[in-house]
Design a protein around this ligand. Structure first.
Ligand code: NAD
Length: 502
């Protein structure tokens, strides 16, 4: 099999809930999307779905992003298949329909174009039956909302080539996902098997009148649900077993499995049960629309991933890996630094547009709030550090810079959504210290909005002590410092709080 193409254009077959989610994620990370659906009215739907996803996606990471991808729509499946570098199928969950459409699309797509299916439970061997070049087919099962949840289950069929799974995993990682290779095809893959087990018990408990839908959701969200975000059932049970871990756990609770606590067959979906489920969830929604609830869900999903990122665990680890890639790409794409100028270290250089004040950064007056200035200067330092080789690999050697002093001076206002840029000038450097001066300017008139003068200390993080930076890092910083030495000292550098402004 030819090695998969570099994916610049994602083709979507079917643009409903899941197709829309794929589109939003791919576009956000710079991939063009050709969305194909039998219904022309789905064009408006998918554009709306992408727009709805954007606020939450925009907050997921502050790492520099490439320019957004372009979205186009067609009702001509062939048009899409001939142009896409990777095709993701998201049409209704009906085996015959999927088989027919996958076969049709596979005849128009070049043989090295991977074709993947979002199917929740159909098996890849069945789906690839009538395809041309079936070795480039796999299941790539995502989770709703696709634009925020990183998991994608990859499953190959009898005729799938191992290289297809590997190449698909590379693509999904590129757009910020965690590809879980399901090694054997089974109906429902892995996650839906697990979810169905809980779902079945919920239906029994409601059917037997034991608990309401709200009580059962409480039984998850106040307890196990919090644990599950970062450690799965197995590792959690290992902890529950005390010093001897899983062995003790099985000895203690193993007998219950024989009672058993749970029921294996799902109950009959009677009208009464359906009514209880619907009325229960309506009561839980308490008048909130699906849109409102989606927004709430998106907001907490972003927040949870950012917290997990601090612990480098689960979805947070995936987010970190994505950010490392984005920073690395941004550093590689930047123009060679003109050492005579203060460094431009904003993502604008890469995005070819400017960073703008995000809605959640503003205070009561609609202006950027003070803590965000420190964050923006921190992001600028991050970009500078990566450029001189202080990256994840460097941090893994227990070395990093700490900010030990910051002085922000506010000179003008900047409002929500206003674009700006930051430039950073190196004022001083020795083997442990780096003295910098940032300027944050509005794009529309280049007005100086704020300055930030900072001292950064190079630290051996294991010993928690200041320590000399690596020679290579020092040499790169020194080249920039020497070039900046010829620049005029920034007005206001070194001034104390409250002194008259220049
Ligand atoms: N909804 C979920 O939570 C979820 C999660 C993971 C996977 N999936 C899977 O994703 C797939 C799509 O699910 P969905 O919820 O987005 O469904 P959906 O009904 O929202 O969207 C399906 C889309 O496919 C289009 N379509 C139908 N026939 C077509 C054809 N012949 N050619 C092109 N387009 C066609 C429809 O017009 C519709 O826009 C299913 O296989 C489902 O199992 C769904």
């Amino acid at each position: 099999m030819t090695v998969m193409r570099n994916v610049k254009t994602l083709g979507l077959l079917g643009t409903g809930v899941i197709g829309g989610g794929w589109a939003a994620r791919a576009l956000h990370f710079g991939i063009d999307v050709i969305a194909a659906d039998v219904k022309p009215e789905m064009e408006a739907w998918i554009r709306g779905a992408v727009a709805n996803a954007e606020p939450a996606l925009a907050r997921l990471t502050f790492a520099p992003l490439p320019p957004k991808g372009k979205l186009s729509f067609t009702t001509d499946m062939r048009f899409m298949a001939e142009r896409a570098d990777f095709i993701q199928e998201n049409i209704p969950e009906q085996l015959e329909l999927k088989q027919r459409m996958l076969a049709e699309v596979s005849r128009s797509a070049a043989p090295e174009v991977i074709i993947a299916s979002s199917t929740s439970g159909l098996t890849p061997s069945d789906l690839q039956r009538d395809m041309s070049s079936p070795e480039r087919f796999c299941v790539a099962h995502p989770f709703n909302p696709v634009y925020l949840l990183p998991l994608v289950e990859l499953v190959g069929g009898e005729r799938t080539h191992a290289a297809t799974i590997e190449a698909a995993a590379v693509f999904f990682k590129y757009i910020g996902m965690h590809a879980l290779h399901v090694r054997r095809e089974i109906p429902g893959h892995l996650t839906d098997r697990l979810q169905e087990a809980i779902w079945r018990e919920i239906l029994h408990l409601v059917n037997d009148g034991i608990a309401s839908t709200g009580e059962l959701d409480d039984a998850i969200i106040y307890g196990p649900g919090l644990r599950w975000a970062a450690m799965g059932t197995n590792l959690i049970y290992h902890l529950a077993g005390g010093e001897t871990g899983m062995r003790h756990m099985l000895a203690q609770f193993g007998p219950c499995l024989k009672w058993p606590w749970t029921k294996l067959e799902a109950p009959e979906l009677t009208e009464t049960l359906i009514d209880r489920m619907v009325e229960g969830t309506q009561a839980q929604a308490a008048g909130r629309s699906i849109r409102e609830l989606e927004r709430l869900r998106d907001d907490y999903l972003v927040a949870i991933q950012q917290v997990l990122r601090q612990y480098d665990i689960g979805a947070g680890r995936t987010l970190r890996a994505l950010e490392d890639r984005l920073y690395g790409d941004a550093a590689a794409a930047q123009r060679p630094v003109d050492p005579a100028q203060p460094l431009l270290v904003v993502d604008s250089v890469v995005r070819r547009e400017w960073t703008a004040v995000r809605p959640e950064w503003v205070d009561y007056n609609g202006h950027m709030t003070d803590s965000r200035y420190v964050q923006v200067f921190g992001d600028a330092m991050d970009a500078l550090y990566r450029r001189v080789g202080v990256d994840a690999a460097y941090r893994a050697t227990d070395r990093m810079f700490y900010t030990v002093e910051s002085h922000v001076v506010h000179l003008a206002e900047i409002r929500v959504n206003e674009p700006f840029y930051v430039s950073t000038q190196l004022l001083g450097l020795d083997e442990k210290r780096l003295h910098v001066f940032h300027r944050l300017q509005r794009r529309r008139d280049d007005a100086l909005v704020a300055t930030g003068e900072q001292m950064h200390l190079h630290v051996d993080t294991a010993a928690a002590k200041a320590a000399p930076m690596a020679g290579a890092v020092h040499a790169k910083l020194e080249a920039i410092r020497a070039a900046h030495a010829g620049l005029a000292a920034p007005p206001g550098a070194g001034r104390g709080v409250g002194q008259a402004r220049h």
